[in-house]
Design a protein around this ligand. Structure first.
Ligand SMILES: *[C@@H]1O[C@H](CO)[C@@H](O)[C@H](O)[C@H]1NC(C)=O
Ligand SMILES: *[C@@H]1O[C@H](CO)[C@@H](O)[C@H](O)[C@H]1NC(C)=O
Length: 612
């Protein structure tokens, strides 16, 4: 067993404390021995802490798929698309190069049934495991993730076209955070919590227990193939559930590799791998999953349109849904930034906009800047955006912006941009799809800077999910909040500035599920509850709220004093002897429980005089 660093530091602290005792000459409380005694105590303390420390995990190995190996070359498809005429399988390919990755067979209706029934069976045993056993599985996964950061990023990049750096942050780091958070805080969050009682039921003890739900499902989007898959798995299994995940058809190729990480971790810790499944499928089959009577909860990450189908379908089996439907996140930049904070802010805005080629549900979709800072921002951003290098991440090492998942939205994006220009916006950089001379089959969009956008333009309202930086001018803090509020979405938001008063005004005035101050997306990096309001959906994953939402929240009310239990008072025994007496006694009970002093005493009198 390896000792955790925390425990070593703790033990050293203990050793120092013993030395202090010696110096203060309180040592006779412990022993009369010389320095050696203290050295022994310190060493023993380190050992005891080490033994008590929980750091158990297994080391696992998973083969990296060929296509993620350095130097791999695949056949280039002529017109890459996931659907190919005459093919029932999902055609997987690298969106940055158009290189073929292989065919993934979608699961049938029977296949869905088989997976859910295997998961259901495995969950019965899993529900009996201790939190310590579950932590061991998560620690095994975390250990794998830390050692194999590059492999995970390569697999994700090959399947989604994202730059390695974006995978490091958006796939690996956030997953390590979620694992560590769950290992550190998960048990505390799922401990039974005690709740207050009231005057009438003073003799009761009230607790809330967080029990496993059974088999849960997650339907996730393609923008973070690893994190979107494993995030729901981490929470689901820690809460004692089994889970089936439907990855997007667009990233069906990488799902088996990511599934294998979890399955090998489970197996190596002595548990059934049937606890977790991935179910690649065409949308036509998804109804069967989302209305399955053995599914107890659905986490959905995707578009509003698809979510409406899911809700309709899940309503048939009354399955609760956590709906995360994207956003149009505003970044409000106030006028009072210092010079150095201005620069730092502008760089954060660039990352927030172009991270993951703009395909990020909490990506910055609108920069709303106050007048003084507005022109400075344009001056700063324009040359930076002009010099962004676009390319195939695994084939051209020095690129900033990767490929888009498909060409599906290109016409819409180009139209939104030209429409905005027609209505007075200025297009300063980019604005069109781009052909990569090295990989003409890849899907690329030029990094774009569009300024002087106003709320009435469609581009200010629709989610872009693209490398497009949109600048909007606000005349005041209130105006900035009003602009921020002017879309149907409300997921994340950020505010940059110095005045606490103005920052607080934005934090509380903006309609959003999450707000970062002088930062971008930081709420996610610390596992706060994630989710939005209005058009961005409802429910929360991550954090305490997310973990508990995957549980049956069981409320238990029981007696806390020996010998004191509820008995129905005589006037209220069936059959009611005298309705009028029963009524007066009942009003007395209400007054006693909830009235002021006078009402309480009248109530008590009404109870007593109607007792018999
Ligand atoms: C923004 O939306 C929030 C939440 O709906 C609301 O409380 C606030 O008044 C709105 N502010 C403006 C300026 O529209
Ligand atoms: C019920 O109790 C009230 C007063 O407490 C009394 O006046 C009435 O006669 C009783 N009715 C019957 C049916 O006993």
């Amino acid at each position: 067993m390896v000792m955790g660093m925390d425990h070593v530091t703790e033990a050293i602290a203990d050793g120092l404390w013993y030395l202090c005792l010696k110096v203060l000459d309180l040592s006779h409380f412990i022993s009369n021995g010389p320095w050696l005694t203290y050295a022994i105590i310190a060493v023993a303390s380190i050992l005891v802490k080490g033994l008590r420390s929980e750091n158990d995990k297994e080391t696992i190995h998973i083969d990296l798929p060929d296509a993620a190996q350095p130097g791999w070359k695949g056949a280039e498809l002529e017109e890459p698309d996931i659907k190919e005429p005459g093919l029932s399988g999902i055609q997987c390919y690298d969106p940055a190069t158009g290189q073929r990755l292989g065919i993934v067979q979608p699961v049938s209706v029977n296949g869905i049934d088989r997976a859910i029934s295997a998961a259901k069976e495995a969950q019965v045993e899993w529900a009996k495991t201790t939190f310590r056993q579950r932590r061991k599985v998560l620690r095994t996964i975390l250990n794998f993730v830390l050692i194999n950061q590059e492999s995970i990023a390569r697999v994700s990049s090959r399947d989604s076209g994202k730059p390695m750096l974006d995978a490091a942050f958006g796939e690996v780091m956030v997953t390590a955070e979620k694992l560590q958070w769950t290992i550190k805080h998960g048990e505390k969050v799922l401990q039974p919590s005690s709740r207050p009682t009231n005057f009438l039921l003073l003799y009761k003890q009230n607790t809330v227990h967080y029990e496993p739900l059974g088999v849960v499902a997650a339907l996730v989007s393609w923008n973070y193939p690893f994190h979107n898959f494993i995030g729901p798995v981490i929470s689901a299994i820690f809460a004692g559930n089994a889970i089936v995940v439907k990855p997007s058809e667009r990233t069906a190729w990488s799902a088996p590799y990511f599934l294998e990480i979890v399955r090998v971790a489970l197996r190596s810790c002595g548990h059934s791998a049937d606890l977790v499944h991935t179910l690649p499928m065409w949308p036509e089959t998804a109804d069967h999953l989302t209305s399955h009577s053995d599914i107890q909860h659905i986490t959905f990450i995707g578009s509003q349109t698809v979510c409406k189908h899911v809700l309709k379908s899940s309503a048939r089996a009354i399955i609760p849904v956590c709906a995360e439907l994207g956003g149009k996140d505003p970044a409000i930049v106030l006028d009072d930034l210092s010079n150095s904070r201005f620069k730092a802010t502008a760089h954060i805005l660039l990352r927030g906009t172009f991270q993951n080629t703009g395909q990020n549900c909490i990506g910055i979709e609108r920069i709303i800047a106050l007048p003084t800072v507005y022109d400075h921002l344009i001056e700063f951003l324009k040359p930076k955006i002009e010099s962004l290098r676009v390319g195939a991440p695994l084939n051209s090492p020095d690129i900033d912006v990767g490929a888009m998942i498909s060409t599906m939205n290109f016409a819409r994006l180009e139209h939104l941009i030209s429409d905005a220009v027609k209505n007075g916006a200025r297009l300063l950089v980019g604005g069109k799809r781009w052909t990569n001379p090295d990989f003409p089959q890849g899907h690329y969009f030029q990094p774009t800077l569009l300024v002087d956008v106003i709320p009435s333009m469609a581009i200010a309202q629709e989610e872009l999910f693209a490398p497009i930086c949109v600048l909007m001018r606000a005349s005041s803090v209130d105006d900035a909040i009003a602009i921020a509020n002017s879309t149907s979405y409300s997921l994340g938001a950020s505010v940059f500035g110095r005045s606490t008063k103005d920052i607080n005004k934005v934090v509380h005035g903006v309609r959003a599920g999450m707000v970062s101050v002088n930062d971008f997306g930081s709420f996610y990096a610390v596992q706060l509850p994630f989710g939005g309001v209005a058009g961005s959906g409802y429910g929360r994953f991550a954090g305490e709220e997310g973990l508990r939402s995957l549980c049956n929240i069981k409320a238990v009310c029981q007696d806390q004093f020996w010998g004191i239990s509820t008995s129905i008072p005589p006037p209220h025994l069936y059959p009611i002897a005298n309705t009028s007496k029963a009524w007066t006694a009942a009003t007395g009970i209400v007054a006693l429980g909830y009235g002021n002093m006078l009402q309480k005493s009248t109530g008590l009198w009404n109870i007593l005089r109607n007792l018999i």
